[in-house]
Design a protein around this ligand. Structure first.
Ligand code: IPE
Ligand code: IPE
Ligand code: MG
Length: 235
């Protein structure tokens, strides 16, 4: 029997190059990329993926031009407004990870609303990483833990890996089984550092706006045959 990838995480990379190859502004690539998400979400039940996590904007992406950053922020708002009904209808529960402090109020309000209106759904759990960075997440978790220790609510010696994980943005998620990155780059770029300790990785050449449900399901079947040893010996 092949194993199931219960949680798949995707680094959706290559939007800018996709647009540039067509002589179009980078934002055109981001719009094309956003459209791909729905098809991948819809492909999940068939291959028994229960949790899908997508990297939409990193804590490092603020280094881009103001035009690109503000265009992306507008795109996120438009995406939420446009997709809400379809997400509800398809039984998708949406949650966001990342630091909301740097995001504008309208966007944060839309994120809160989308989380709320989809909170009763459980067919697929879609998590969107927005202003997310693995080191930033662990740092914020450490600060919150330190505050609890200072307040006498948490004893230093009771901090285990499980306790630390419960302070992370991803406390409601199982660890990813498979992490996919598109666009040919073979790096993690600060995504789910703690959570991916034993994830399997797939780096594919396809630029994100060209990534299809078929390619997704093929990667899931290949995952099914991988031998995950976690440091032990094959059973
Ligand atoms: C990924 O595509 C989306 C974001 C980082 C927001 P890129 O914008 O990084 O596309 P490339 O890597 O420049 O082609
Ligand atoms: C990672 O892609 C972040 C997202 C996909 C949102 P980047 O394009 O920002 O990563 P680097 O800069 O190539 O490492
Ligand atoms: Mg990139």
């Amino acid at each position: 029997m092949t194993q199931v990838a219960e949680h798949v995480a995707i680094i959706m990379d290559g939007n800018g190059r996709w647009a540039q190859r067509r002589g179009r502004p980078r934002l055109v690539g981001h719009h094309a990329g956003a459209k791909r998400v729905r098809e991948i979400v819809q492909a999940c039940p068939e291959v028994r993926v229960k949790y899908l996590t997508v990297f939409a904007f990193s804590t490092e992406n603020w280094k881009r031009t103001q035009v690109e950053v503000s265009g992306l922020m507008r795109l996120f708002k438009r995406y939420i407004r446009r997709e809400t009904q379809a997400l509800i209808d398809e039984g998708v529960r949406v949650r966001f990870i990342g630091d909301r402090i740097k995001l504008d109020d309208t966007l944060v309000q839309l994120m809160d609303e989308l989380e709320l209106v989809t909170s009763g759904n459980s067919t697929i759990h879609l998590t969107i990483a927005l202003n997310y960075g693995g080191r930033d997440e662990v740092t914020r978790a450490a600060q919150r833990m330190a505050r609890e220790v200072e307040a006498g609510k948490l004893a230093a010696q009771s901090v285990t890996a499980e306790v630390l994980a419960s302070f992370l943005d991803t406390h409601f998620l199982p660890d990813p089984d498979l992490v996919i990155r598109t666009s040919g780059e073979a790096r993690i770029s600060n995504f789910l550092l703690w959570q991916s300790a034993y994830a399997e990785y797939e780096f594919v050449e396809t630029l994100w706006p060209d990534f299809t449900a078929l390619q997704f399901t093929q990667l899931i079947s290949r995952f099914g045959t991988r031998d995950r040893r976690y440091g032990a010996l094959t059973a």
